[in-house]
Design a binder for this molecule. Structure first.
Ligand SMILES: [Zn+2]
Length: 428
């Protein structure tokens, strides 16, 4: 199954806007109530068995964990007596519960934050096989025929599975999730490989020697935003002028986000061009964005960029993999010697052992490439396939490791083995 998402700007009538706004409101209250019940369950269990907390205690009847199915059937029951819930779209509400369930799963599996109450709901989803695109109109349940700006045609053969209605500062949008019923092979390792190192000084460096300077999306708009925010301070909260200024600030932020996303897509396509494998570091950007360079790091949006890069790779038959991030800037890519920690101001990697000299970021990306090639070479089933598919250049890059399944000393930077020189020589 090949899945794509196409985004269109909607041109709803006043009546349709009313319906969208009402459903966003209903979904928001469903989200907040369902989250409240889940929080209650967590809090009722946070007390230790042998003692109570000094400040307060949750005393509720013990109840079953409110998972998606439980909350979904609760919602169906509540709709019978609550006219407000009944007025909303059933599908949109169920999908809101699913979204909440996913948020909790992400929290457990990916270490994301605890889901929060929402002041505003920004979107809702509808799943149906009755969604159609007729000319400039989107035919769908709930909103019937809604006009849109058809910026591009749907590709042939694709079916619309789901629509997400999104509210932004600049208006309403529809995300159409479309699918084509074909077998899509996952990209296998092949062709030319590159490693990508990301940083604060330059946004990224590749092992092919390409460096991209840190783009400053927010910096340019920040002056304007700050000016408006200063004006906002003098206005009465909730007044007409306050709302108007608030809206202008939101528009500026949206424009920045659009520019950033556009840049990410173009860069991802540029990197995937004529490349068979891309390796990146497995970085937790959450902790990055809390550090010293939080503003710069957030403005670059590296987390989003990696997601887009992975998506573009899957579309262009490029193998994408994450590798261990530790010590990438402390090891010599030429001889694997651990050269020690560098100050941020040291921009050049210079090896005392073998005399290898390279730009610091590019050296780190070479390490990432080496680790990636090592990773795919070690996995037994991949070896035969890569042996046949890999270009002569790439095979030369992982000579002694292919076929033997031996782990080279690179996987543990601190372990200096006597065989270091031998293997490193072979790799070089
Ligand atoms: Zn060296």
């Amino acid at each position: 199954m090949l899945n794509l998402t196409y985004n269109y700007k909607l041109q709803p009538t006043a009546k349709q806007i009313e319906i969208i706004e009402h459903n966003l409101d209903v979904c928001r209250s469903v989200w907040n109530y369902a989250l409240y019940i889940r929080k209650l369950w967590y809090n009722s269990r946070s007390c230790e068995i042998n003692k109570c907390s000094l400040h307060s205690e949750y005393i509720v009847e013990p109840f079953e964990y409110p998972n998606y199915h439980f909350q979904s059937s609760e919602l169906t029951l509540a709709k019978k007596t609550n006219p407000f819930l009944k007025s909303g779209n059933a599908q949109a509400m169920q999908q809101t519960l699913r979204k909440l369930d996913r948020a909790f799963n992400d929290m457990k599996s990916k270490g994301m934050g605890f889901p929060r109450y929402k002041k505003k709901m920004k979107s809702f989803n509808l799943i149906s096989n009755k969604i159609e695109l007729n000319g400039n109109y989107l035919k769908m349940p709930l909103l019937k025929n809604i006009k849109l700006r058809k910026s591009r045609d749907l590709p042939d053969g694709f079916k619309i599975k789901q629509v997400q209605i999104i509210k932004k500062a600049s208006g309403y949008y529809a995300n159409l999730m479309i699918a084509l019923d074909v077998e899509v092979p996952t990209p296998i390792p092949h062709g030319h490989a590159i490693g990508i190192d990301v940083g604060i000084q330059s946004m990224l460096a590749t092992s092919d020697g390409l460096t991209i300077a840190r783009p400053k999306f927010l910096d340019k708009a920040l002056r304007k935003i700050e000016l408006l925010q200063r004006k906002l301070r003098n206005k009465t909260i909730g007044s007409k002028k306050w709302y108007r200024l608030q809206h202008r600030i939101a528009l500026l932020h949206e424009a920045v986000a659009n520019r950033r996303k556009d840049f990410h897509f173009k860069l991802a396509h540029q990197l995937c061009d004529q490349v068979g494998m891309i390796f990146v570091e497995d970085i937790n950007f959450k902790s990055w964005s809390k550090g010293l360079f939080c503003k710069q790091s957030l403005d670059m949006g590296l987390g989003q960029f990696f997601e887009i890069l992975e998506y573009v790779c899957s579309q262009t038959d490029t193998f994408f993999s994450k590798v261990d991030k530790d010590f990438t800037s402390q090891i010599c890519p030429n001889c694997n010697t651990h050269t020690g920690k560098k100050e941020l101001s040291v921009r050049v990697h210079k090896c005392d052992e073998c005399g290898y000299e390279q730009d610091r970021d590019i050296a780190a990306s070479e390490i990432i490439k080496n680790r990636g090639l090592e990773k795919i070479a070690v996995g037994a089933p991949v070896i035969k396939r890569t042996g046949a598919v890999l270009g002569s250049q790439s095979v030369a890059e992982v000579p002694s490791v292919v076929g033997t399944g031996a782990v080279s000393p690179m996987s543990d930077p601190f372990k200096k083995q006597p065989s270091d020189g031998v293997l490193a020589g072979a790799i070089a």
